[in-house]
Design a protein around this ligand. Structure first.
Ligand code: GP9
Ligand code: MN
Length: 402
């Protein structure tokens, strides 16, 4: 009810660090192109397999982009849909199921709705069936004007693999649609090829597979490499069509691709032993924000998907008052609290990692006394609890700006 809203508002207002950013409004009025990189974890960046780069295009793009090497996914059972939900709403996912499936009738005040107030058009692109993750319904709730899904693309047996349309034809076929959108637009692209169990036709393998005892781990790097190629072609197409200069690009990994059960094989490829603290580090996903014309910069701040909406709004120069009931803070803000909270109550700070009821030193990954982590406990629980209240109590009915 209203009391909850006030209490949560009061808590969240203490987080606002917007004023200290120096890129605020740097991309005002530009198109926003968001690219969700299916199952892409940060360890592929700069990595080589058989002497070949796994992400040659991204490695180059990073040099001319804001790059956040300490950025984590925060998804739970809703996987891709959780990532979409977190980013558009700056709320945590639920601990069970997907908000897309469980709460499509809620009132939200999501990124598409916010940007539409600034004259934007919002569309999502994805080569799978439109009902998957209840997107067809939830996208309307979140304010998307148009969903380009499988039925909008030419999908054949030849140009698909695993869940659907391969990433290269997906981007190729999307460009003509993108050209027709009213500008400025917010366009979201969900890649698909790098999905478990990472299947690929031979002609799409640009690098050899890794050599461990787990096929899943071995194939993972080749499918990531394929998506990298798709991105390269997409950027080239956008430049040719004149859509590049007027746009900013936000590329992020949606969640892990290699689950805990493959830790041993993954550890072999990465030359390390993956203890619980390192397993948390494996939840880092790439975050690349590319603003044509702006110089590249590595930003080390610890953050997560929940911080993306305020980060994007800041860059686009949208007044923070539109960032209603937001649990994140702009990654560009200099005085932000460095912390990321996971759905299961694990968390990472600038110094510590807390997971499986154990506190670790982040630098050494060694166990440390529990009392190093206890000061964060109540805040972590409070934050997850408040976010749940917003979703389960449908609190944006009372507070969303319309
Ligand atoms: C399917 C795509 C992948 O449409 O979102 O689903 P995931 O299993 O990663 O949530
Ligand atoms: Mn996914």
């Amino acid at each position: 009810d209203g009391t909850d809203t006030e209490e949560i508002d009061a808590y969240l207002s203490k987080k606002d660090t917007e004023t200290s950013s120096d890129v605020k409004g740097a991309a005002k009025g530009k198109n926003l192109i968001l690219i969700s990189l299916e199952s892409t974890q940060q360890f592929v960046i700069g990595k080589e397999i058989g002497g070949k780069e796994v992400t040659p295009f991204l490695n180059d793009l990073i040099k001319e982009s804001f790059y956040f090497p300490n950025f984590y996914h925060q998804t739970a059972q809703g996987k891709t849909s959780d990532a979409e939900f977190i980013i558009d709403n700056s709320l945590y996912p639920l601990s069970g199921g997907s908000v897309f499936v469980r709460r499509p009738d809620n009132e939200f005040y999501a990124l598409p709705e916010i940007l539409k107030e600034k004259g934007y058009y919002a569309a999502s692109f994805h080569g799978n069936d439109r009902e998957f993750w209840n997107r067809e319904v939830m996208y309307k709730t979140l304010g998307y004007d148009r969903y380009f899904s499988k039925r909008d693309f030419n999908v054949t047996e030849q140009n698909s693999v695993n869940y659907g349309l391969k990433d290269i034809p997906f981007f190729q076929q999307s460009v003509p649609y993108l050209e027709e959108l009213p500008q400025p637009f917010y366009a979201k692209f969900l890649t698909l090829t790098n999905h478990f169990p990472f299947l690929l036709n031979d002609e799409d393998k640009y690098i050899p597979e890794a050599e461990t005892e787990e096929g899943v781990v071995n194939r993972y790097f080749t499918t990531v490499r394929y998506t990298d190629e798709a991105l390269k072609q997409f950027f080239a197409d956008l430049k040719e069509k004149g859509l590049y200069e007027n746009s900013i690009f936000v590329l992020y990994g949606d969640h892990y691709g290699i689950s805990k059960s493959y830790s041993e094989a993954l550890g072999n490829v990465l030359n390390e032993e993956i203890n619980p603290s390192r397993h948390v580090a494996m939840q880092k996903v790439p975050l690349i924000i590319h603003v044509p014309g702006m110089e590249g910069k590595k930003i080390d701040t610890v953050g997560g998907q929940i911080d993306l909406r305020p980060t994007i709004l800041s860059l686009l120069g949208v007044d923070p008052e539109y960032n209603t009931l937001s649990f994140g803070t702009s990654l560009f803000a200099k005085d932000r609290e460095e912390r990321v909270i996971f759905r299961d109550g694990s968390f990472v700070t600038d110094k510590y990692v807390y997971t499986e009821n154990t506190c670790y030193d982040k630098k050494t990954d060694e166990k440390v006394k529990r009392n190093k982590c206890t000061p964060y406990f109540s805040e972590v629980q409070k934050e997850l609890g408040y976010s749940d209240k917003v979703i389960l109590g449908d609190l944006l009915r009372f507070t969303g700006k319309k």
